[in-house]
Design a binder for this molecule. Structure first.
Ligand code: DX5
Ligand code: ZN
Length: 220
């Protein structure tokens, strides 16, 4: 099944509940929650209190993307505040094996992300420990950036690595995925699509519906 995970980073925080419900009404089952610490990435976004609040207004799958240094320090708390999956950055962890193990002990699915400049082979030692791989297709830190073209070939390589592993690992892409780009990343092997600025503008429900239409058509 192909999944849409709208990133609330691009939502209007004056009416976050309304925006989330519109994305859900448009068919999105996941919600992508971008946590930035001003250290691993230049920007600071939001943290626990926002996730805690929105957990009360939706049953959607919370796809928490931690762009923070040593995320192991916060895994337990995000799990407690309703994350279903927690994704950490390979570049941000001193002991990645321990970090992934902690995510699972806390009852969440474990995701691992790499930045556009990190060789895909760096993922190999962790293939038996992850439930999802998140390929950044922009430099993490800001919404609304343009897709880095080389990402498509990297996605193909990682999909091959997943096949070789024999495990059922979700492959998610994050950054610059507009409607025109969707077909290309699905073709390359993506099954979870993050979209922020393309969803949370104008008619949010209609935007999500347009993504869902292509995601579903690609399943057939
Ligand atoms: C970037 C974030 C993304 C971002 C995606 O650091 O991880 O999730 O919000 O936004 P768009 O779809 O606008 O590129
Ligand atoms: Zn993200």
């Amino acid at each position: 099944m192909n999944i849409l995970s709208p990133s609330i980073l691009a939502a209007d925080f004056c009416h976050l509940e309304q925006d989330i419900k519109a994305a859900e009404a448009g068919g999105a089952k996941w919600l992508h929650i971008d946590v930035m610490d001003g250290s691993f990435v230049p920007a600071i976004s939001f943290g626990m209190c926002v996730q805690e609040s929105i957990r009360k207004c939706t049953d959607m799958y919370f796809d928490t993307h931690l762009m923070i240094v040593e995320p192991i320090r916060y895994v337990e708390e995000f799990a407690r505040l309703g994350s279903n999956g927690i994704t950490v950055h390979l570049e941000a962890c001193e002991d990645l094996h321990a970090t992934l193990a902690k995510i699972k002990v806390c009852g969440c699915r474990a995701g691992l992300s790499i930045k556009p400049g990190t060789p895909v082979e760096a993922l190999l030692p962790y293939m038996d420990e992850v439930d999802m791989i998140l390929m950044m297709s922009v430099e993490p830190g800001f919404g609304g950036q343009g897709y880095i073209e080389e990402s498509t070939e990297r996605i193909r390589e990682v999909r091959r690595m997943i096949k070789t592993s024999g495990r059922d690992i979700d492959l998610e892409v994050d950054g610059g995925i507009n409607l025109k780009r969707l077909e290309e990343v699905l073709e390359a092997g993506i099954n979870v699509v993050v979209a922020g600025s393309a969803i949370f503008k104008n008619d949010i429900k209609a935007n999500a519906e347009s993504y869902m239409k292509i995601l579903k058509a690609h399943e057939a």
